[in-house]
Design a protein around this ligand. Structure first.
Ligand code: HEC
Ligand SMILES: [Ca+2]
Ligand SMILES: [Ca+2]
Length: 660
């Protein structure tokens, strides 16, 4: 087995220090990675998008007991990875689409992001009961049975297998593009590499669009038999793309009568907690009676928390001082401005799509400061609201920016292994597309879980050289593209597509879809050069916590050559990635932003053609740049670009029209 230590580059990225840390200087860290295993290539190279990633490796989970890892590839296989021999064996193959040999005929995996076999999870009692759970995606319009194909897995007994009616998600156009299916599997003999036993469909959920599905599952690791949380499953349910629609689907993450944009909490095993729970409407699982909305008329009883766009990864932080009550963190992908980590609290509302990060977001006012009276309606349904709630805000956030941010938050873990004492008590996390990696001190993360939206944990960038490493491996392993597949607004051409995993010893692994590799984090050295700066993005310079949304009615900066030159520079740094380097618009610039393409949305428009869909006066354009155009990817730059420079951009844009 090849084991090449890949040392990291020490590229210094300058960051703004907005809150100096008391006491010790913070060293700059560089992560050392070691190839762990290369997964079988499952790419479709007829496509430049994420289907051309060499292997869409999504999760690595350590088997309770620790002899083997299990790993899934979104394209269909659930693998067993032997830790000693590093051999990869297909345990179950879900991909039976279009006559493929796997289990499910309605399986769908070909569109860009979290499609296919999205997740799997071991039951807390797996070592004794052999139970695990999977989430996969189906296309309800495919004309084929939803039952697993018989004979594909010889040991799978399908005698009692039946499907369930899909849990409904409101839509205004009648379109339900996907269904996510949660299945409970019982392997009678979990010690071998084959499946023999039964399976039970627990639920299927309608997803309006193929993005942000119900995709994450976890159990409280501290719960023991007899505890209220024992074998109680928390689910991270993305909003199915609804929050960024311009119609009534938009409020789905807020609506308590929907399952999307929520954290759900259920009891998969009908035999558990029988006296303190209620059987679900489909009869396949139970709902704990202490869920926060179990007594609210019209609400889905499964809901634990609401108002999230895409809580696609969880992490339980176990405090050594209070090991019995761990804290659940969710990594939540943002729409236009902020990537966030939130602490999950019973009944909390995280505000989306009325809030993003620590700002407000609305189709009329754009992205802006929080209102003085920071309350939002408790939305029971589309038309019924009952009372108000103060939103709960992130403990970590970083912006969509080239200097200090990224496109989409991956996940992370507090390091608790032995190999790298320097990482102890640090929450290590990253950005999916850019492959950028940061840490936050665990104590800062927990301290930011106050009721003040403007306190967030400082984050510190680390070097890992991940993009270069992935590019090299991608080419070495036969990837045909010049750049890595896919694209992002901040990453540009080529997505690293990063996720983290943690083994039972607390050691960290890095999964990258682009090159289909798993690498182990084996060291963190202090990098040479300037000391690392902290980023506290919640209160960017000039940004008020609350305040009026007024924008000036006329251009305050004269259109001088100096103003135009500054405007051009600021434009290049912040806007060119989407609107092209000459304002010609994404299409003419040959840019396709995968996320927008996926939703068949509007690509960033031409700003040089003198057609302004959102108003053509200088102050209209100023307002669009400052506040953004929610719910689209056009973010507000309030707090990130000073007003003076927004006027400079307006002056620059005015020079682009060919008539000028
Ligand atoms: C992440 C991609 C992205 C970035 C970065 C971005 N935009 Fe946009 N922008 C869009 C999209 C998408 C739209 C179209 C929204 C819609 O109407 O559907 C848009 C719309 C606009 C409009 C409205 C055009 C009209 O017809 O009225 C203006 C003006 C604009 N952007 C300016 C900028 C400026 C200036 C910057 C940099 C400070 C910038 N944008 C950065 C994606 C982006
Ligand atoms: Ca078995
Ligand atoms: Ca806070």
């Amino acid at each position: 087995m090849k084991r090449s230590a890949i040392l990291t580059a020490t590229v210094f990225v300058s960051l703004t220090l907005t809150r100096p840390l008391a006491g010790q200087a913070t060293p700059r860290l560089a992560l050392e990675l070691q190839d762990y295993v290369s997964l079988p290539v499952t790419a479709d190279n007829t496509n430049e998008n994420t289907r051309a990633q060499l292997a869409r490796v999504n999760f690595l989970r350590d088997e309770p007991g620790g002899r083997r890892f299990f790993v899934n590839d979104l394209n269909g296989p659930l693998y067993i990875l032997d830790k000693r021999t590093k051999t990869v064996t297909t345990y179950l193959d879900f991909n039976g689409a279009g006559g493929r040999p796997g289990l499910f005929s309605k399986f769908t995996f070909e569109r860009n992001f979290a499609t296919g076999l999205t997740n799997f999870l071991f039951d807390p009692d797996y070592a004794r009961n052999g139970i695990f759970y999977t989430l996969h995606m189906e296309d309800p319009t495919v004309n084929a049975p939803a039952l697993p194909k018989s004979g594909v897995v010889p040991g799978l007994d399908l005698t009692d297998y039946t499907t369930t009616p899909a849990l409904q998600t409101p839509t205004v156009n009648g379109r339900i593009e996907r269904e996510v299916v949660l299945i409970e599997w019982t392997d009678r003999n979990p010690s071998d590499n084959t499946f023999e036993g039964t399976a039970r469909e627990l639920l299927r959920l309608q997803e309006p669009l193929p993005i942000h599905p119900l995709g994450e599952m976890t159990f409280n690791p501290a719960a023991r038999p007899g505890d209220a949380d024992w074998r109680v499953m928390y689910l991270g349910s993305g909003d199915g793309g609804s929050g960024e629609q311009r119609d009534n689907r938009r409020l789905n993450p807020q609506r308590l009568d929907t399952y999307v944009g929520k954290i759900l909490r259920i009891i998969p095993d009908l035999r558990e907690h029988t006296t303190t729970s209620t059987v679900s409407s489909n009869g396949r699982y139970r709902i704990p009676n202490d869920n926060p909305f179990s007594m609210v008329d019209g609400a889905r009883k499964e809901i634990w928390a609401s108002g999230l766009r895409n809580p696609h990864r969880f992490f339980w932080d176990v405090d050594p001082a209070r090991p019995r009550s761990p804290t659940l963190l969710a990594f939540n992908i943002g729409l236009s401005t902020w990537e966030t980590v939130v602490v999950i609290h019973k009944g909390a509302n995280y505000g989306y799509p009325l809030r993003e990060g620590t700002q407000s977001m609305s189709p009329t006012n754009g992205i802006g400061p929080l209102p003085e009276r920071d309350m939002i309606p408790v939305q029971i349904s589309d038309t019924v609201a009952r009372g108000e709630v103060r939103p709960t805000y992130p403990v970590i956030q970083y912006p969509h920016s080239r200097e200090t941010g990224g496109d989409a938050i991956a996940n992370g873990f507090v390091y608790r292994g032995k190999l790298i004492p320097r990482l102890r008590d640090k929450l290590v996390f990253g950005d999916i597309t850019t492959g950028r990696i940061w840490y936050a001190n665990r104590s800062d993360v927990l301290a930011a879980d106050d009721t003040n939206p403007m306190t967030v944990a400082p984050i510190y960038e680390m070097d890992a050289g991940l993009r270069r490493t992935a590019e090299e491996a991608y080419h070495k392993r036969g990837g045909p593209g010049q750049a890595l597949p896919g694209s992002g607004a901040i990453a540009g051409r080529g997505r690293v597509d990063l996720r983290f995993a943690q083994d039972n010893d607390g050691e960290l692994y890095i999964l990258t879809k682009s090159d289909g590799m798993i690498r182990k984090v084996v060291g963190a050295r202090v990098a040479a050069g300037a000391p690392l700066a902290a980023v506290v993005p919640a209160r960017a310079p000039g940004q008020s916590v609350t305040g009026p949304l007024a924008t000036p009615s006329r251009n305050l900066i004269a259109s001088t050559p100096a103003s135009i030159a500054i405007g051009k520079r600021v434009y290049q740094a912040n806007c060119a990635a989407c609107h092209g380097n000459a304002g010609q618009g994404a299409t003419k610039a040959g840019i396709t932003i995968s996320v927008i393409e996926e939703q068949q949305g509007r690509q960033p428009p031409d700003l040089a053609d003198d057609q302004w869909d959102h108003g053509s006066s200088d102050s209209d354009i100023f307002r669009v740049i400052k506040r953004g155009l929610p719910p689209t990817m056009m973010a507000g730059f309030d707090g990130r670009i000073p007003d003076r420079d927004i006027w400079n951009i307006v002056n620059y844009l005015r020079t682009l029209h060919p008539g000028k």
